[in-house]
Write a protein that binds this ligand. Sequence first.
Ligand SMILES: C[S@@+](CC[C@H](N)C(=O)[O-])C[C@H]1O[C@@H](n2cnc3c(N)ncnc32)[C@H](O)[C@@H]1O
Length: 214
Amino acid sequence: MQTELKEYYKNRATEFDEIYTRPERQQDIQQLTAFLKNSLAGKHVLEIACGTGFWTQKYSTDAASVLATDYNEAVLQVARSKDYSNPNIEFVADDAYSLSNVSQKANACYAGFWLSHVEKNKLSPFIQTLHKNLEPGSTVIFADNLYVEGNSTPISRQDAEGNTYQTRTLKDGTRHDILKNFITEEDFHSLLSDSVKNLHYKKLGHFWYGCYEL
Ligand SMILES: C[S@@+](CC[C@H](N)C(=O)[O-])C[C@H]1O[C@@H](n2cnc3c(N)ncnc32)[C@H](O)[C@@H]1O
Protein backbone atom coordinates (compact mmCIF):
# COMPACT_ATOMS: atom_id res chain seq x y z
CA MET A 1 0.00 0.00 0.00
CA GLN A 2 2.86 2.38 0.89
CA THR A 3 4.49 1.68 -2.49
CA GLU A 4 1.28 2.43 -4.39
CA LEU A 5 0.80 5.73 -2.48
CA LYS A 6 4.40 6.80 -3.09
CA GLU A 7 4.23 5.98 -6.80
CA TYR A 8 0.90 7.77 -7.15
CA TYR A 9 2.16 11.05 -5.64
CA LYS A 10 5.43 10.80 -7.56
CA ASN A 11 3.52 10.54 -10.84
CA ARG A 12 1.04 13.23 -9.78
CA ALA A 13 3.73 15.80 -8.86
CA THR A 14 3.40 18.05 -11.90
CA GLU A 15 -0.41 17.94 -11.96
CA PHE A 16 -0.95 18.08 -8.18
CA ASP A 17 -1.62 21.82 -7.76
CA GLU A 18 -4.61 21.65 -10.12
CA ILE A 19 -6.66 20.37 -7.18
CA TYR A 20 -6.32 23.82 -5.62
CA THR A 21 -7.85 25.63 -8.62
CA ARG A 22 -11.30 24.12 -8.03
CA PRO A 23 -13.69 27.07 -7.53
CA GLU A 24 -15.69 25.48 -4.70
CA ARG A 25 -12.51 25.16 -2.59
CA GLN A 26 -11.31 28.77 -2.83
CA GLN A 27 -13.07 29.98 0.29
CA ASP A 28 -11.62 27.12 2.37
CA ILE A 29 -8.15 27.83 0.95
CA GLN A 30 -8.43 31.45 2.06
CA GLN A 31 -9.68 30.53 5.54
CA LEU A 32 -7.03 27.86 6.09
CA THR A 33 -4.28 30.17 4.80
CA ALA A 34 -5.31 32.89 7.24
CA PHE A 35 -5.36 30.40 10.11
CA LEU A 36 -1.95 28.95 9.24
CA LYS A 37 -0.29 32.35 8.77
CA ASN A 38 -1.60 33.56 12.08
CA SER A 39 -0.83 30.38 14.06
CA LEU A 40 2.65 29.80 12.60
CA ALA A 41 3.89 33.40 12.61
CA GLY A 42 7.32 33.63 14.25
CA LYS A 43 7.56 29.83 14.71
CA HIS A 44 10.19 27.30 13.64
CA VAL A 45 7.95 24.98 11.64
CA LEU A 46 8.42 21.31 10.81
CA GLU A 47 6.12 20.50 7.88
CA ILE A 48 5.19 16.87 7.26
CA ALA A 49 4.33 15.57 3.75
CA CYS A 50 4.63 19.06 2.26
CA GLY A 51 4.06 17.86 -1.32
CA THR A 52 4.50 20.64 -3.89
CA GLY A 53 4.79 23.32 -1.22
CA PHE A 54 1.37 24.83 -1.90
CA TRP A 55 0.72 25.56 1.78
CA THR A 56 4.40 26.17 2.60
CA GLN A 57 4.35 29.08 0.18
CA LYS A 58 1.25 30.51 1.83
CA TYR A 59 2.13 30.37 5.55
CA SER A 60 5.93 30.67 5.37
CA THR A 61 5.87 34.44 4.82
CA ASP A 62 5.37 34.93 8.55
CA ALA A 63 7.25 31.91 9.97
CA ALA A 64 10.73 32.18 11.54
CA SER A 65 11.91 29.13 9.60
CA VAL A 66 10.50 26.07 7.84
CA LEU A 67 11.87 22.56 7.46
CA ALA A 68 9.47 21.01 4.96
CA THR A 69 9.63 17.23 4.44
CA ASP A 70 8.13 14.69 2.06
CA TYR A 71 9.37 11.25 1.01
CA ASN A 72 8.94 11.97 -2.71
CA GLU A 73 11.78 13.82 -4.46
CA ALA A 74 9.45 14.51 -7.41
CA VAL A 75 7.11 16.70 -5.32
CA LEU A 76 10.04 18.33 -3.49
CA GLN A 77 11.47 19.39 -6.87
CA VAL A 78 8.21 21.19 -7.67
CA ALA A 79 8.20 22.76 -4.18
CA ARG A 80 11.80 23.97 -4.51
CA SER A 81 11.04 25.56 -7.90
CA LYS A 82 8.54 28.01 -6.35
CA ASP A 83 9.32 31.50 -5.03
CA TYR A 84 9.37 32.13 -1.28
CA SER A 85 9.76 35.53 0.31
CA ASN A 86 11.22 33.87 3.44
CA PRO A 87 14.89 32.83 2.96
CA ASN A 88 14.77 30.34 5.88
CA ILE A 89 13.03 27.46 4.12
CA GLU A 90 14.55 24.07 3.51
CA PHE A 91 12.98 21.11 1.70
CA VAL A 92 14.32 17.73 2.80
CA ALA A 93 13.35 14.21 1.75
CA ASP A 94 12.13 12.23 4.75
CA ASP A 95 9.61 9.58 5.67
CA ALA A 96 6.94 10.87 8.05
CA TYR A 97 7.01 7.61 10.01
CA SER A 98 10.71 7.90 10.87
CA LEU A 99 11.64 11.61 10.50
CA SER A 100 15.23 10.42 10.58
CA ASN A 101 16.53 13.45 8.66
CA VAL A 102 15.09 15.95 11.15
CA SER A 103 18.02 16.91 13.37
CA GLN A 104 16.64 19.97 15.21
CA LYS A 105 13.46 20.18 17.23
CA ALA A 106 10.87 22.65 15.92
CA ASN A 107 8.30 24.55 18.00
CA ALA A 108 5.46 24.11 15.50
CA CYS A 109 4.25 21.54 13.02
CA TYR A 110 1.93 21.58 10.05
CA ALA A 111 0.77 18.48 8.16
CA GLY A 112 -1.77 19.10 5.40
CA PHE A 113 -3.85 16.42 3.71
CA TRP A 114 -1.60 13.71 5.05
CA LEU A 115 -3.33 12.24 8.12
CA SER A 116 -6.05 10.81 5.84
CA HIS A 117 -3.36 8.68 4.14
CA VAL A 118 -2.20 7.08 7.40
CA GLU A 119 -3.50 3.57 8.13
CA LYS A 120 -5.54 3.49 11.34
CA ASN A 121 -3.02 1.26 13.13
CA LYS A 122 -0.16 3.64 12.24
CA LEU A 123 -1.78 6.83 13.56
CA SER A 124 -0.55 6.52 17.16
CA PRO A 125 3.02 5.50 16.27
CA PHE A 126 3.19 8.40 13.80
CA ILE A 127 1.95 10.89 16.41
CA GLN A 128 4.49 9.60 18.96
CA THR A 129 7.37 9.97 16.50
CA LEU A 130 6.19 13.44 15.51
CA HIS A 131 5.91 14.68 19.10
CA LYS A 132 9.45 13.45 19.87
CA ASN A 133 10.70 15.85 17.19
CA LEU A 134 8.95 18.90 18.67
CA GLU A 135 9.72 21.15 21.64
CA PRO A 136 7.40 21.06 24.67
CA GLY A 137 4.63 23.65 24.16
CA SER A 138 4.75 23.31 20.35
CA THR A 139 1.73 24.22 18.24
CA VAL A 140 0.59 21.38 15.96
CA ILE A 141 -1.85 21.78 13.07
CA PHE A 142 -3.40 19.17 10.80
CA ALA A 143 -5.74 19.93 7.91
CA ASP A 144 -7.51 17.52 5.60
CA ASN A 145 -10.55 16.84 3.47
CA LEU A 146 -14.11 16.43 4.63
CA TYR A 147 -16.12 13.88 2.67
CA VAL A 148 -18.54 15.97 0.60
CA GLU A 149 -21.21 13.91 -1.15
CA GLY A 150 -21.24 14.56 -4.91
CA ASN A 151 -17.86 16.35 -4.77
CA SER A 152 -15.37 13.97 -3.13
CA THR A 153 -14.11 10.92 -5.02
CA PRO A 154 -16.35 8.08 -3.79
CA ILE A 155 -15.04 5.42 -1.40
CA SER A 156 -14.38 2.29 -3.45
CA ARG A 157 -13.70 -0.20 -0.65
CA GLN A 158 -13.01 -0.72 3.03
CA ASP A 159 -10.49 -3.18 4.48
CA ALA A 160 -10.80 -5.39 7.57
CA GLU A 161 -9.24 -2.69 9.82
CA GLY A 162 -11.79 -0.07 8.67
CA ASN A 163 -9.41 1.87 6.38
CA THR A 164 -11.23 3.28 3.34
CA TYR A 165 -9.89 3.59 -0.23
CA GLN A 166 -10.56 5.59 -3.39
CA THR A 167 -9.80 4.65 -7.01
CA ARG A 168 -7.98 7.64 -8.49
CA THR A 169 -6.98 8.17 -12.13
CA LEU A 170 -4.01 10.27 -13.27
CA LYS A 171 -3.76 12.13 -16.59
CA ASP A 172 -1.68 9.27 -18.05
CA GLY A 173 -4.72 7.02 -17.54
CA THR A 174 -3.20 4.92 -14.72
CA ARG A 175 -5.60 3.96 -11.93
CA HIS A 176 -4.52 3.81 -8.28
CA ASP A 177 -6.07 2.26 -5.18
CA ILE A 178 -5.42 5.01 -2.59
CA LEU A 179 -5.94 4.82 1.17
CA LYS A 180 -8.07 7.79 2.25
CA ASN A 181 -9.60 7.88 5.72
CA PHE A 182 -11.91 10.83 6.34
CA ILE A 183 -11.06 11.86 9.88
CA THR A 184 -13.96 13.08 11.98
CA GLU A 185 -13.85 15.34 15.02
CA GLU A 186 -14.43 12.25 17.16
CA ASP A 187 -11.49 10.41 15.52
CA PHE A 188 -9.25 13.45 16.07
CA HIS A 189 -10.22 13.74 19.72
CA SER A 190 -9.83 10.04 20.48
CA LEU A 191 -6.38 10.01 18.87
CA LEU A 192 -5.06 13.01 20.78
CA SER A 193 -7.12 14.22 23.71
CA ASP A 194 -5.24 12.17 26.35
CA SER A 195 -1.82 13.54 25.43
CA VAL A 196 -2.23 17.18 24.33
CA LYS A 197 -3.66 20.56 25.41
CA ASN A 198 -6.14 23.00 23.85
CA LEU A 199 -7.38 20.59 21.20
CA HIS A 200 -9.69 22.11 18.55
CA TYR A 201 -11.26 20.78 15.35
CA LYS A 202 -12.99 23.09 12.89
CA LYS A 203 -15.04 22.15 9.85
CA LEU A 204 -14.97 24.37 6.76
CA GLY A 205 -16.96 23.60 3.59
CA HIS A 206 -14.58 21.02 2.08
CA PHE A 207 -11.68 20.94 4.56
CA TRP A 208 -11.29 20.56 8.29
CA TYR A 209 -8.39 21.70 10.40
CA GLY A 210 -7.38 20.69 13.88
CA CYS A 211 -4.83 22.15 16.24
CA TYR A 212 -3.39 21.62 19.69
CA GLU A 213 -0.39 22.32 21.89
CA LEU A 214 2.08 19.91 23.43
C1 LIG B 1 -2.31 14.76 -0.45
S1 LIG B 1 -0.59 15.09 -0.64
C2 LIG B 1 -0.47 16.54 0.37
C3 LIG B 1 0.64 17.45 -0.01
C4 LIG B 1 0.64 18.80 0.71
N1 LIG B 1 0.76 18.62 2.14
C5 LIG B 1 -0.61 19.57 0.39
O1 LIG B 1 -1.49 19.65 1.25
O2 LIG B 1 -0.73 20.11 -0.72
C6 LIG B 1 0.14 13.84 0.34
C7 LIG B 1 1.65 13.90 0.36
O3 LIG B 1 2.11 12.95 1.31
C8 LIG B 1 3.35 12.46 0.86
N2 LIG B 1 3.58 11.22 1.62
C9 LIG B 1 2.84 10.09 1.61
N3 LIG B 1 3.35 9.18 2.46
C10 LIG B 1 4.44 9.76 3.03
C11 LIG B 1 5.39 9.33 4.00
N4 LIG B 1 5.33 8.10 4.57
N5 LIG B 1 6.36 10.18 4.37
C12 LIG B 1 6.45 11.43 3.82
N6 LIG B 1 5.59 11.89 2.87
C13 LIG B 1 4.59 11.06 2.50
C14 LIG B 1 3.17 12.29 -0.62
O4 LIG B 1 4.40 12.22 -1.32
C15 LIG B 1 2.35 13.55 -0.94
O5 LIG B 1 3.20 14.61 -1.33
